[in-house]
Design a protein. Structure first.
Length: 227
């Protein structure tokens, strides 16, 4: 049994095609699972460091999936041949790092019908508006419980740029009625409260008030019947 985490299982559930590129594969548990389960025919698994790729090589041998998974030492898409790639998954990184990978020149191919599955560990509120402003639409977003509650997004390029509201930047397409969404958003609110308190202490009352107003809007989003 491949030791795959709930957040990676959630990522796997949103992948649709036969040829998947996993950016930042680490131990390659997700690629091994995808091939062994028949969910993918081929996987390109990349990492920016050789150490994780050496660990990944051991994983592929252990689960007898070496033939269908290609390991590539690459910074983002730099060394990736995009021919035939149907899906890209980027999981386990900060939202800013995921944004930078998607914004790189070698990522242009993702605009040609590629299914994106993105799992930011932090700063999802930075990734969401970048996607919207650059013509990518999030079609689905799921809160998943692992060591913490994380969000997993499914997105694709539509070419239609959009400006998100501050609330949309933080709430995305999460399902409001999902109990895990409430837990996820509680973490977001706690961080915003801490930030507002720090700004207040530093004497920046205007910025602190803006965050307080955002917190009120998030509360209204979470509890629309109380508005």
């Amino acid at each position: 049994m491949i030791p795959i985490s709930p957040r990676l299982l959630c990522c796997a559930s949103l992948l649709k095609g036969d040829v998947i590129c996993d950016i930042g594969t680490d131990h390659a548990y997700l690629p091994a699972y995808l091939v062994q389960s028949g969910k993918a025919k081929q996987v390109i698994a990349t990492d920016v460091k050789q150490g994780p790729l050496d660990s990944a090589k051991g994983t592929l041998k252990r689960y007898h999936v070496e033939q269908d998974i290609r390991l590539v030492l690459s910074d983002g898409f730099d060394k990736v041949n995009p021919k035939g790639v149907t899906d890209v998954v980027i999981a386990g990184m900060g939202g800013e790092t995921i944004r930078d990978i998607l914004a790189a020149p070698k990522a242009e191919f993702i605009k040609k019908g590629v299914n994106l599955v993105l799992q930011p560990m932090t700063k999802a509120e930075i990734l969401r508006p970048w996607l919207a402003e650059h013509g990518f639409a999030i079609s689905k977003e799921i809160a998943v419980k692992d060591t913490h509650v994380y969000t997993v997004m499914q997105a694709s390029y539509t070419g239609k740029a959009e400006q998100l509201t501050p609330v949309q930047c933080y709430c995305g397409k999460l399902r409001r009625a999902d109990p895990l969404t409430k837990i996820y958003m509680a973490g977001v609110q706690e961080r915003l409260h801490t930030k507002a308190a720090g700004l207040r202490e530093a004497g920046d009352d205007t910025a602190a008030d803006e965050i307080r107003a955002l917190l009120n809007e998030i509360n209204l989003w979470l509890n629309p019947n109380r508005g």
